[in-house]
Design a protein around this ligand. Structure first.
Ligand code: TXA
Ligand code: MG
Length: 328
C-alpha cells in the first residue's frame, strides 16, 4: 500500500473526511501526538487500526469528538464529567465513562467503558466537523515504539501500512493526553498523567484523585484489564535507555540527553531537550529527540530526568521516561 502525505488544503481535508467516512485509516495531527484514526462507529475500520499498528486487541482506543454534545451520544456523562470537559476541552484530557451501545466492542476492547477526548488541533477539529463521525485513534506508531510528534515520524513507523497522513506540523504538547477515569464521579482515578495535571483536576473538582492504577482497576471485574497505557514497558526506544539525575562524563558510544542546552559541552553525542529547561519545551521535544538518538547508532542513551518536584508536566514526562527505560 502506498502511503500519501496530505498538506492541509481545504480540498485535501474534504478528501480525507470522505476517506474516513468510507472506513479508511488516516493519521491525524493532534496537540499531543499524531493519532491513527478510523470511524469509531465502524467495527471493521477500527480493526484496521489494530492491524496497522500491530496493537494487541486488549488495548482499547480513545474516541475523538468535536465537543461535549457529540461525546454525550457515545457515553453516559455525569455532572463532574460535564463540568470538567467544559473547562478543559478542547485539550489534552481524556475521560473514561460508561459507554453507550453505539460504540463497537473492538474500540473498548470489550469493556463497558469508553475513553473520549476533544483534541485542540485546528486541522483535526476541522476534519471532525467535515467527516461528522467520531474518530477512534490511538497514537500513530507501531505498538510499543515511541509516539510520533510529526508526520515524518508517522511515516517512519507506518509507511506502507496506512493510506494517508495529514501533515499538521509538529505537535505542540508532545506527550499523550491525561486519562481520568470518571466512571464513579465520587472516586476519580488518574490512569495516565498528562499536560492537564492531577493538581489542576483536583482543584477544579474539589475532590481527591487516586493515582496510578486505582483500587477499582487493580481489583477490576476482569483481571488483566487495567489501562494498557499503564503497561510498565511502553513507548520505548530500541537502544537501552538509562534515566539519570546527572553525570560527570559521558562514556563513548553513549548519547547524553540533557534537559537544557549545556554550555560548552558540544560533542556529537551531546543532545538536549530544551534551551533553558522549560518543561513545556522538554515535553514538546522529548519523543523527537528520543527518536533521533535511537537512530544514531549509540550503544546506550543516558537521559537527564526533570526533578519530580518541578511539578506540572514533570510527572507526565517522568511517567513516560520510566516506561521507556523499563527493561524488556
Ligand atoms: O493524546 C492522546 O491521548 C493520543 C492522541 C492521538 O489523542 N492518543 C493516545 O492513545 O495516546 P494511546 O495509544 O495511548 O491509546 C489509548 C489508551 C489505551 O492504551 C488505554 O491506556 C487508554 O487509552 N484507554 C482507552 N480506553 C480505555 C478504557 N475504556 N478504560 C481505560 N483506559 C482506556
Ligand atoms: Mg500509544
Amino acid at each position: 500500500m502506498k502511503t500519501r502525505t496530505y498538506s492541509p488544503t481545504p480540498v485535501n481535508l474534504r478528501r480525507l473526511a470522505a476517506a474516513l467516512q468510507r472506513g479508511e485509516l488516516v493519521a491525524i495531527p493532534t496537540e499531543t501526538v499524531y493519532g491513527l484514526a478510523a470511524n469509531a462507529l465502524d467495527e471493521k475500520a477500527c480493526r484496521g487500526i489494530f492491524t496497522a499498528k500491530g496493537r494487541p486487541a486488549h488495548d482499547p482506543l480513545i474516541v475523538h469528538v468535536p465537543d461535549l454534545d457529540h461525546a454525550e451520544k457515545l457515553a453516559e456523562f455525569n455532572d463532574a464529567a460535564r463540568r470538567l470537559v467544559r473547562k478543559f476541552w478542547p485539550g489534552p484530557l481524556t475521560i473514561v465513562l460508561p459507554k453507550k451501545s453505539c460504540i463497537p466492542a473492538i474500540v473498548t476492547a470489550g469493556r463497558d467503558t469508553v475513553a473520549i477526548r476533544s483534541p485542540a488541533h485546528p486541522l483535526t477539529r476541522r476534519l471532525l466537523r467535515l467527516a461528522k463521525i467520531p474518530l477512534a485513534a490511538p497514537s500513530a506508531n507501531l505498538f510499543g515504539y515511541i509516539c510520533p510528534t510529526t508526520a515524518a515520524h508517522v511515516l517512519d513507523g507506518l509507511r506502507g501500512r496506512i493510506p494517508a497522513v495529514l501533515d499538521g506540523g509538529p505537535c505542540k504538547v508532545g506527550v499523550e493526553s491525561a486519562i481520568l477515569d470518571l466512571t464513579d464521579p465520587k472516586q476519580p482515578a488518574i490512569l495516565r498523567p498528562g499536560a492537564v495535571t492531577v493538581r489542576e483536576l483536583e482543584d477544579f473538582l474539589q475532590i481527591k484523585i487516586s493515582g496510578g492504577i486505582g483500587k477499582r482497576h487493580r481489583a477490576g471485574k476482569k483481571p488483566g484489564m487495567i489501562a494498557p497505557g499503564m503497561l510498565s514497558q511502553h513507548y520505548s526506544p530500541r537502544t537501552p535507555l538509562i534515566v539519570k539525575a546527572a553525570w560527570a562524563t559521558l562514556p563513548a558510544n553513549t548519547a547524553g540527553v540533557f534537559l537544557r542546552r549545556p554550555s560548552g559541552r558540544h560533542a556529537p553525542n551531546v543532545h538536549w531537550l530544551s534551551q533553558r529547561g522549560a518543561l513545556s519545551e522538554i515535553a514538546r521535544n522529548l519523543y523527537r529527540v528520543l527518536r533521533d538518538v535511537d537512530s544514531g547508532g549509540y550503544q546506550q542513551i543516558w537521559l537527564e530526568a526533570p526533578p519530580e518536584s518541578s511539578g506540572g508536566l514533570a510527572t507526565a514526562i517522568n511517567d513516560r521516561l520510566r516506561r521507556a527505560a523499563a527493561k524488556r
